[in-house]
Design a protein around this ligand. Structure first.
Ligand code: PLP
Length: 400
């Protein structure tokens, strides 16, 4: 009998379902299948040319062939703090508060390890980004999901958060604009949530990675600015991946009160050390250089967002809350469950996602991955023609 070499902690982690769907779609495409992928959470644009040029120059400079401090290049930490204060006027940030990590994902992973003791509870509004509960569990914390739905615009209320609070509540994960729903909390709701957290001494992890991607009348509001009383227990997460089409460069960061930031730097000094210098230099160029590409991408995403909502709304049995940020739409398709599609009785969105890939050659992520069965997540960060073709195929398949 072979026993697994895996520790119980690692054996308990499921593979990221979003990455799994993306990988399956890519493999099918490589095998010649005309798959259209709505799975990936990444812009379809290339990284802006001036950023790539800065990286090329950085690679040629021997100064970048060495370690930097574990928390990041001092110039980059300065630039991150400065840009954060420009993007969220009123925010208090300094280089000492910044820890540069291998993407926002790693920043969050380090943060949960640094912040949580065994049994500490973390409130996470659902539908949630797949990695939060897994990271909390890995750090021996306890994720506590608070459900939201289409009817509430996928926004958690203070009353709901209060109902989930216990003496063990250590932190709240707050994400606006949200992955997977695209929900953006209005300023007064952000302020109320921040005040509630401050009143109860709860840490807020505010994931602002989609800060630049807000559409229509919606505005981005940074929680520690809306509720300054929460700032001393707030950590801002951000990165270059989504705003600058730099998912592959792996640069993200946290901005944390300095005592916590010091702990994060120690943790990284014993684990990953610094993020690759060339990537750090690229991130520096992205933050300090021209910002036109951000606006251009936002415009394209907004156009695709409107197409996606229009086409999904036209499908019988599908309910859509209009996403106001990020690049995802999260239709409730529970009205479709129970139908027979291409000879298969479809009873869950897990099953529906499989059937859609087989029958319509369309890759979507089932809501189960986000703690919200009955819905699907579609990323609209793909070309306009593919978007329309994919949604038409999806509509045809659901029509039976
Ligand atoms: N936070 C949210 C809400 C995300 O959707 C993602 C990526 O999908 C991340 C953080 C992490 O991004 P990265 O690690 O690429 O910087």
């Amino acid at each position: 009998m072979t026993t697994s070499p895996l520790s119980a902690r690692v054996a308990a982690i499921p593979e990221s379902p979003t990455l799994a769907v993306t990988a399956k779609a890519k493999a099918l495409r490589a095998a010649g299948e005309p798959v259209i992928g709505f799975g990936a959470g990444e812009p379809d644009f290339p990284t802006p040319a001036h950023v790539v040029e800065a990286a090329q120059a950085a690679a040629a400079d021997p100064a970048n062939h060495r370690y930097t401090p574990a928390a990041g290049l001092p110039e980059l930490r300065e630039a991150i703090a400065a840009k954060a204060m420009v993007d969220a006027p009123g925010l208090e940030a300094s280089a000492a508060m910044v820890t540069v990590s291998n993407g926002g994902k790693h920043a969050l992973f380090s943060l949960f390890l640094a912040l949580l003791d065994p049994g500490d509870e973390v409130i996470i509004p659902a539908p949630y980004w797949v990695s939060y509960p897994e990271m909390v569990t890995f750090a021996q914390g306890v994720p506590v999901a608070v459900g939201t739905d289409v009817a509430s615009g996928f926004r958690a209320s203070v009353d709901q958060l209060e109902a989930a609070r216990t003496p063990r509540t250590k932190a709240l994960v707050f994400v606006s604009p949200s992955n997977p729903t695209g929900a953006v909390y209005p300023p007064e709701e952000v302020a109320a949530i921040g005040r509630w957290a401050a009143e109860h001494g709860i840490w807020v992890i505010t994931d602002e990675i989609y800060q630049q991607l807000v559409y229509g009348d919606a505005v981005f509001s940074s929680l520690p600015v809306m509720a300054p009383e929460a700032a001393e227990r707030t950590v801002v997460i951000n990165g270059v991946a989504k705003s600058y089409a730099m998912t592959g460069w792996r640069v993200g960061w946290s901005i944390a009160p300095s005592a916590l930031a010091k702990g994060l730097a120690v943790l990284q000094s014993q684990s990953t050390s610094n993020v690759a210098n060339v990537s750090q230099r690229a991130a520096l160029a992205a933050l300090t250089g021209p910002q036109d590409a951000v606006a251009e991408m936002r415009e394209a995403f907004d156009r695709r967002r409107r197409t996606a909502v229009r086409m999904l709304q036209a499908i019988d049995g599908v309910q859509v809350a209009e996403p106001e940020g990020a690049f995802y739409v999260f239709p409730d398709v529970s009205g479709v469950l129970g139908r027979t599609i291409a000879g298969t009785l479809v009873e869950s969105t897990l099953q529906l996602a499989d059937v859609l890939l087989d029958v319509a050659k369309v890759a979507v992520v089932p809501g189960e991955a986000f703690g919200a069965p009955g819905s699907l997540r579609l990323s609209y960060a793909l070309g306009d023609a593919d978007l329309e073709e994919g949604l038409a195929r999806l509509g045809d398949a659901l029509a039976g």
